[in-house]
Design a protein around this ligand. Structure first.
Ligand SMILES: C[S@@+](CC[C@H](N)C(=O)[O-])C[C@H]1O[C@@H](n2cnc3c(N)ncnc32)[C@H](O)[C@@H]1O
Ligand SMILES: Nc1nc2[nH]cc(C(=O)O)c2c(=O)[nH]1
Ligand code: SF4
Ligand SMILES: [Mg+2]
Length: 240
């Protein structure tokens, strides 16, 4: 019996709405609990301890059975997110899923490194810019980059303002080997309203246009700028 995984929600298939795998059909496994508290986190139901009683301990077998039920038993890309999925014991799930043809991408802020990162098909590292109110521990972040070993790794940085943009440029300079994705931030209403599709899409669009102008104006031609596609389609609705 493997150690239990604390699960906030399992949903899909939907499309990956962000970053390198945008548009790709996937099932999300969102774990509960995070070592960060970003002021603009859009997934507080998987972060705040007020929601702890909604998180269910599940075995790797049970998680994979639910993923298989949702995907009609067909192998699919599984996206591990959270909260911070790196604080959960996910190695056994990845091995079990691989044996059945599933692939695994994971979203993490890069604050906790695990040796099983190397088994992922993609590691998405999203270090948090100044607007988040968090401060990155770069030694821990470097441990995460190193733990991925041969696994494909990318950077995805949320940008709300000029200070975030300048910060993203510096981070890109620090990790020239990692493909970099920039995404405009969305201001999410705090719970309990976070179930509703209430985003300021016009504001996000304006931030996206500004970001494109900054990147092209600077001749930063190896950065990719993408919106959160699922937010364009469904706002900050849960489970999509
Ligand atoms: C909810 S987080 C969970 C995974 C992990 N804790 C992390 O932050 O990478 C998933 C992704 O959503 C991004 N994100 C969170 N809140 C956001 C917001 N308000 N606007 C845009 N992206 C956001 C994060 O930067 C991360 O790339
Ligand atoms: N469709 C969709 N794409 C996503 N990409 C990253 C997400 C996340 O919350 O980690 C997310 C999400 O919640 N939904
Ligand atoms: S690290 Fe991710 S899940 Fe945790 S608070 Fe920040 S955005 Fe939310
Ligand atoms: Mg999200």
């Amino acid at each position: 019996m493997t150690e239990a995984i604390r699960v906030s929600e399992i949903f899909g298939p939907t499309i990956q709405g962000e970053g390198a795998l945008i548009g790709q059909p996937t099932v999300f496994v969102r774990t509960g609990g995070c070592d960060y508290r970003c002021v603009w986190c859009d997934s507080l139901h998987a972060v705040e301890s007020a929601y702890r009683e909604t998180w269910v301990p599940m075995s790797a077998d049970a998680v994979l059975a639910e993923v298989a039920r949702l995907s009609g038993g067909r192998p699919i890309m599984v996206t591990l997110s959270g909260g911070n999925p790196a604080i959960q014991p996910l190695g056994a799930l990845i091995d079990l899923g691989h044996a059945r043809g599933y692939r695994f991408a994971m979203e993490t802020q890069g604050s906790v490194a695990r040796d099983w990162f190397a088994a992922l098909d993609m590691l998405v590292l999203s270090p948090k810019p100044p607007s988040s109110g968090m401060e990155v521990d770069w030694a821990l972040f470097d441990d995460c980059v190193a733990a991925a070993k041969g696994a494909a790794s990318v950077l995805k940085i949320v940008v709300f303002d000029e200070a975030d943009y300048e910060w993203a440029r510096a981070v890109a300079g620090r990790y020239p080997q990692l493909p970099l994705y920039l995404q405009p931030g969305n201001h999410t209403p705090p719970p309990p309203e976070d179930d509703a599709a209430t985003v300021d899409q016009a504001g996000i669009d304006a931030r996206m246009r500004w970001l494109v102008e900054r990147v092209t104006g600077d001749g930063w031609f190896d950065a990719k700028v993408l919106p959160q596609l699922h937010v364009m389609l469904w706002g900050n609705k849960r489970g999509v």
